[in-house]
Design a protein around this ligand. Structure first.
Ligand code: F6R
Length: 304
């Protein structure tokens, strides 16, 4: 996990290099297809779902396309029309719930796009279009660098769609340069997260506003997976409407405040380091979370 979080700056640079070259005709066809969609249906699980929540907001804001983001396991009875598209996001490309969601939208006859990290995975092959996340192999069960890769590749897609629809990109070269620099800074500063670790911590809340709400969800998931303590992500305002009653002297509250145009892409890095160090301080192995496997597959329930 530590190695993979530390790889994030090179993943960011690698993705930007890949997408800075001449892109295939198929890529342009896909951009055209998405830009004429009435609704984008995004389906994913876990960390990939959190990336989907962020990208959903960005598609609405910058591409002016209505977007619905679903837990892949809950996809059913969706209202779709023939111009809609479905985007699935997955590190492995093999998660059964997400595969089932992809098959569901394939059967409805709309165009499907997969954002996957594993080339030639089932999701890569079963979607009409596939975009590789180019994060390199992710071995640690807790997904980290692929979350950042999903956001960045999604942002590049959004930029291409905005350029086609509105003749201008949303994010500029200087934003991407700043992103590379700030990802390097975030990794260099990893020891700052270690200073905040108390091994007796029993409860943790991550709070945020705007896109940082979703980073709060993602940070909380990583604590659950690696530290086995109660942890939740909330919108800061909503936290006052009930959950605040849980706060006691064994509770820590972390306010996530990413900054800069693309700060949300790497804003979770200090929280990933915090989960890693807290897990170790508790004598746990963050690379071997209990009851979890890298890819949640249940072939009996695969409907493809
Ligand atoms: C979180 C984690 C899981 C996966 C989820 C989806 O750290 O690893 O929540 O994100 O099972 O997996 P993929 O992205 O492979 O479909």
């Amino acid at each position: 996990m530590e190695k993979e979080i530390c790889e994030i700056p090179s993943v960011v640079e690698g993705i930007l290099k890949k997408y800075n070259t001449v892109l295939s005709l198929k890529y342009h066809k896909m951009i055209k297809t998405i830009s004429s969609a009435k609704t984008i249906h995004i389906a994913a699980c876990g960390t990939s779902y959190h990336a989907g929540l962020i990208l959903g907001e960005l598609f609405e804001k910058y591409c002016q396309i209505r977007t619905k983001t679903y837990f892949a396991s809950e996809v059913s009875d969706c209202l779709v029309c023939k111009e809609d598209v479905c985007i699935v996001i997955s590190q492995s490309g093999e998660t059964t719930h997400t595969l089932n969601a992809l098959e569901y939208f394939n059967k409805l006859g709309i165009q499907t796009i997969s954002l996957v990290n594993v080339e030639n995975s089932t999701m890569a092959n079963r979607a009409d279009f596939c975009i590789n996340l180019h994060a390199g192999p992710e071995i640690s069960v807790a997904s980290t660098k692929v979350f950042v890769a999903s956001l960045l590749v999604g942002v590049i897609l959004i930029n291409s769609i905005a350029k086609l629809k509105f003749k201008q990109t949303v994010f500029k070269s200087r934003d991407f340069e700043e992103l590379i620099a700030s990802s390097k800074r975030a990794v260099k500063d990893k020891k700052n997260s270690k200073k905040l670790v108390h091994k007796d911590l029993q409860r943790l809340f991550y709070l945020g506003t705007g896109l940082d709400v979703y980073l709060a969800y993602e940070a909380a998931l990583k604590i659950k997976e690696t530290c086995y303590i109660h942890c939740e992500g909330y919108a800061s305002g909503e936290f006052k409407h009930g959950p605040i009653a849980m706060v006691d002297d064994k509770t820590m509250i972390v306010d996530i405040a990413s900054d800069g145009a693309l700060g949300f892409v790497i804003g979770v890095i200090p929280n990933y380091f915090f989960a890693l160090y807290l897990s170790r301080a508790k004598g746990l192995d963050p690379d071997k979370p209990r009851n979890l496997t890298k890819c949640v597959k249940d072939l009996d329930s695969y409907m493809g």
